[in-house]
Design a protein around this ligand. Structure first.
Ligand SMILES: Nc1ncnc2c1ncn2[C@@H]1O[C@H](COP(=O)(O)OP(=O)(O)O)[C@@H](O)[C@H]1O
Ligand SMILES: [Mg+2]
Length: 263
């Protein structure tokens, strides 16, 4: 059998914000055709790592190859091969699904009948054909997330990054996203997905990487992680490796002036 090819290879990938290290010397390989679950507590560094791998943010140190191209020196080549479904939805609420997608498609250099056909195919894929001419402000969160996923797929990327795609969705929408991820993967796409739902990661991922405080602390198959840690569930593994302390890290970013003083 042909040896699996790595489509993401990071070398000491690091991001600092002033004196805080959000992503700390990550060395990771994601193989072609994998669904890679990228897990970690809030503030662990998942989104920051994804932003670097998708060329939205420059590493402070180290680099990575994505689809065979360097994220620093060949970012245009990287962008052609990756799709991103970002944590925060980025759609124009007053525009219809089709208008939003026409706009984003043009940003990718797509146009004309090719773009229209692509949008129609994707609308069918995410079952939004009936709503395509409604402004997205009238959409439910599940419908908006499906448009957001379409947006990430417009230019038919080989590698798709999904940052918490199922957060805040209802069970039907979650199941739909799972089925879609599997379908896209069967079509040959490599998928990197972050989530806080351990069951989701366990069922979907071929391999899982757990990041905490910016460091990759474990990478293995779901079964491997469980057996290595003598745990029945991925949640048990996750809590064993990352601890049970609450991560209320947002508090440190609140300016002191906004803190309530004791009365
Ligand atoms: N632009 C930024 N400036 C300063 N700190 C940031 C910035 N972006 C992220 N951080 C910090 O980096 C850490 C990792 O954040 P993030 O990658 O969003 O975590 P995750 O996606 O795993 O929840 C957090 O402590 C966050 O507050
Ligand atoms: Mg995040």
């Amino acid at each position: 059998m042909e040896k699996a090819k790595a489509v993401i290879v990071t070398q000491d990938l690091t991001k600092r914000f002033n004196d805080f290290t959000a992503v700390d010397h990550i060395n990771l390989e994601v193989m072609q055709g994998e669904i890679f679950g990228f897990l970690g507590p809030n503030g662990a560094g998942k989104t920051t790592a994804i932003r670097m791998l998708t060329t939205l943010s420059e590493p402070s140190e180290g680099t990575a190859k994505v689809g065979g191209y360097d994220i620093r020196s060949q970012s245009d080549e990287v962008r052609k091969r990756i799709g991103l479904v970002a944590e925060k939805l980025i759609l124009y609420p007053r525009l219809t699904a089709v208008e939003n997608l026409m706009f984003f498609g043009q940003l990718y250099g797509l146009s004309g009948s090719y773009l229209r056909q692509r949008i129609n195919d994707l609308l069918r894929m995410v079952r939004l054909e009936a709503f395509k001419n409604m402004s997205v402000s009238g959409y439910s969160s599940g419908m908006r997330q499906r448009v957001n996923i379409m947006r990430g797929l417009l230019h038919d990327p080989d590698i798709l990054f999904l940052d918490e795609p199922t957060a805040l969705l209802d069970p039907q929408s979650i199941q739909f996203v799972h089925d879609l991820v599997r379908e896209l993967n069967e079509d040959g796409k490599t998928i990197i997905i972050t989530t806080h739902i351990m069951e989701e990661a366990d069922q979907l991922s071929h391999r899982i990487g757990i990041i905490d405080h910016g460091k990759m602390i474990a990478v293995d198959t779901p079964a491997g992680l469980k057996s290595k840690n003598g745990s029945q569930s991925l949640l048990e593994v996750f809590l064993k490796l990352t601890g049970k302390e609450l991560r209320d890290s947002a508090s440190k970013k609140v300016p002191m002036g906004m803190m309530r003083r004791p009365v």
